[in-house]
Write a protein that binds this ligand. Structure first.
Ligand SMILES: [Fe+2]
Length: 308
C-alpha cells in the first residue's frame, strides 16, 4: 500500500492512506518508519483509535517505555501516559505570561534531555481538544543545523553545551522571560513535586543522529546553561554567551517550526532525537485530554556531569 504524504507548514508531513486499526506489517511498516526518519514529524488525522491500537501502532517505531515523571498513567495500559488538565495539578502549572494566566505552557525542549538519554520519540493522540489555544509546536533541529553558515558549523564541532535542570523558569538562562511571572504555587525545587535532583548534562553542540546519521543542532532553550570550556575553542565567556543567544534565536526561526492545532482523532509522532517541541498552554479550567505513548531511547547522547 502506498502512503500519501502532504507537507505540513515548514517541517513534517501529514500521512494518509492507511487505517491504524488494521495490522501494519511488512512494506507498510518499513514505509512508516522511513517516513519518520526522513521527516521527523508525522501527523495522522481522523483515526478511530483505541488505547490498544495506539500502543500497537507505537511499537512499530520501537520499544515503549513508561514516562519516568509519570503524573498519570492508565492503570489498564501502563504504556499510556494520560495528559489531563485537572484543577489540583493546574495550580502548580499556572503562571502569568504578559498578564494572561496559562497552564501547561512549555518552552522548547526535548523530552528527558536533562538525563543525557532522551527518549527516541513519542506519539500524542488528541482525545478531548481544547476549544481554543493549546497548540503543540515542533522544531526541526537537523534543518536548523543545515541552515547555519560554514564558519558557525566548524566552531560548533569543537563545543559542548551544558543543560542544567531547574524547576524555576526564571532560573533558565535562555528562555524568554519578558512578561513572565511565576504563579503562587509554582514549584521552587525538584523535590517539591517529587523529581530527583538531576545533575548537569553536557552534549556535543552538534549531535549525529544515531539512526539517520544526520547532524542535529543540539540547542534547545529549556535548561540550556553554558558552553563547556569555551576558551579551548578560542572564546571568552562573553563570546560564548553571545553565541548561545545567537543559536537560540536561530532555532526560534519560524521556518524550522510546525505548530499543530489539535482536532479530535489527530495523532502526531515525532523524533525526539531531532525535533524539539513546545506547548503554547491553555487558560486554567480548559478541558483537554491527550494520550501519549513514548518510544524508548537506546542511545546515550549527553554525558552526565558532577553526579557525585
Ligand atoms: Fe515534552
Amino acid at each position: 500500500m502506498a502512503l500519501e504524504t502532504i507537507p505540513l507548514d515548514n517541517v513534517g508531513v501529514e500521512v494518509r492512506g492507511f487505517d491504524i486499526r488494521e495490522p501494519v506489517t511488512g512494506d507498510l511498516r518499513d514505509e512508516l518508519v522511513n517516513l519518520w526518519n526522513e521527516h521527523a514529524i508525522l501527523l495522522f488525522r481522523g483515526q478511530e483509535v483505541t488505547p490498544e491500537n495506539q500502543i500497537a501502532f507505537s511499537r512499530i517505531f520501537g520499544e515503549l517505555e513508561m514516562h519516568p515523571l509519570k503524573a498519570t498513567t492508565s492503570l489498564d495500559y501502563p504504556e499510556l501516559f494520560m495528559l489531563v488538565n485537572e484543577p489540583e495539578k493546574e495550580k502548580y502549572m499556572a503562571a502569568s505570561y504578559n498578564g494572561q494566566t496559562l497552564v501547561n505552557r512549555l518552552d522548547w525542549h526535548m523530552d528527558l534531555h536533562y538525563t543525557g538519554k532522551p527518549n527516541r520519540g513519542a506519539l500524542l493522540r488528541s482525545v478531548v481538544c481544547a476549544e481554543q489555544d493549546g497548540l503543540t509546536g515542533f522544531g526541526d533541529l537537523a534543518m536548523a543545523y543545515e541552515a547555519l553558515d560554514e564558519e558557525t558549523r566548524a566552531l560548533l564541532e569543537k563545543l559542548e553545551v551544558v543543560y542544567s535542570f531547574s524547576m524555576q523558569r526564571r532560573h533558565m538562562r535562555y528562555v524568554d522571560l519578558d512578561g513572565y511571572e511565576p504563579g503562587p504555587c509554582s514549584p521552587r525545587k525538584p523535590a517539591d513535586v517529587g523529581f530527583p535532583n538531576f545533575p548537569d548534562v553536557a552534549y556535543p553542540a552538534v549531535v549525529t543522529h544515531p539512526v539517520t546519521g544526520r547532524k542535529v543542532l543540539e540547542i534547545v532553550e529549556q535548561f540550556l546553561d553554558r558552553i563547556v570550556s569555551p576558551h579551548k575553542a578560542g572564546l571568552c565567556n562573553d563570546e560564548s554567551i553571545e553565541l548561545l543567544e545567537r543559536l537560540v534565536a536561530h532555532t526560534r526561526k519560524p521556518e524550522f517550526h510546525y505548530f499543530h492545532l489539535w482536532e479530535p482523532g489527530d495523532m502526531v509522532l515525532w523524533d525526539n532525537w531531532r525535533a524539539m517541541h513546545c506547548a503554547t498552554g491553555v487558560p486554567p479550567g480548559t478541558q483537554r485530554v491527550i494520550h501519549r505513548t513514548t518510544i524508548a531511547g537506546d542511545a546515550t547522547l549527553g554525558r552526565v556531569l558532577d553526579a557525585g
